[in-house]
Design a binder for this molecule. Structure first.
Ligand code: NI
Length: 170
C-alpha cells in the first residue's frame, strides 16, 4: 500500500522519533513493505517512518530504487558508530519536494541497527549509500537536510515554501 508522504513543516518531521520495541510482528513487516512501496512510488532512495507520519526509529533505504533487491536495507533503531572522510553532493528529501542543495556528509559510515526480527547488525556504506544512511538517521532525530545548510540558504527555501503554501501549491 502506498502511503502519503508528510511534508515540511509537519512537526512529526522535526521531533525525535520513538524507539521501535516490537519486532518479528506482522505489523512491522507490513509497515516495512508499505514503506518500500511508498518510497519506490516516489522514486526515492530512502524513507523514514516520520515521513509517513509515524514517530518510530525505522527507515528503509534502496540506492537501486527497486532494481536490485540485494540493496534493500531496513534499519530499526539505527546509530551511526563510525564516520570517515567527507563528500559534498546534491541532496533532496521526499518531504521537501522540489528543493535540492549541496550537503556535506561523511564519505563512509558504519551503522549499527536492528532488523525486522530485532537482531542487531552492523553495515557500512560509502558515497550515495553513506549519504542515504546519514540523511535517514537524521530524520529519526528530527533533523532535515535543510538543517545542514547555511542560514541564508535555509531561510530562502523556507520562504519559498511559505509562498507555495500561501498559493495552495504545497
Ligand atoms: Ni528525507
Amino acid at each position: 500500500m502506498v502511503l502519503s508522504i508528510v511534508k515540511y513543516p509537519d512537526p512529526v518531521l522535526t521531533t525525535p522519533a520513538r524507539v521501535v520495541e516490537n519486532f518479528a510482528t506482522h505489523e512491522l513487516r507490513q509497515l516495512v513493505a508499505n514503506m518500500f512501496e511508498s518510497m519506490y512510488a516516489a522514486n526515492g532512495v530512502g524513507l523514514a517512518a516520520p515521513q509517513i507520519g509515524l514517530s518510530r526509529r525505522l527507515t528503509v533505504i534502496d540506492c537501486s530504487v527497486g532494481e536490485d533487491p540485494a540493496q534493500q536495507l531496513v534499519l530499526a533503531n539505527p546509530e551511526i558508530i563510525r564516520r570517515e572522510g567527507k563528500q559534498t553532493g546534491e541532496e533532496g528529501c521526499l518531504s521537501i519536494p522540489g528543493f535540492r542543495a549541496d550537503v556535506v556528509r561523511a564519505m563512509t559510515v558504519t551503522v549499527r541497527a536492528q532488523n525486522v526480527d530485532g537482531e542487531w547488525f552492523e553495515t557500512s556504506g560509502s558515497e550515495l549509500l553513506a549519504r542515504a544512511i546519514q540523511h535517514e538517521t537524521d530524520h529519526l532525530n528530527g533533523i532535515l537536510f535543510i538543517s545542514h545548510l547555511s542560514t541564508l540558504k535555509r531561510d530562502l527555501i523556507k520562504r519559498k515554501i511559505r509562498k507555495l503554501q500561501k498559493d495552495g501549491e504545497w
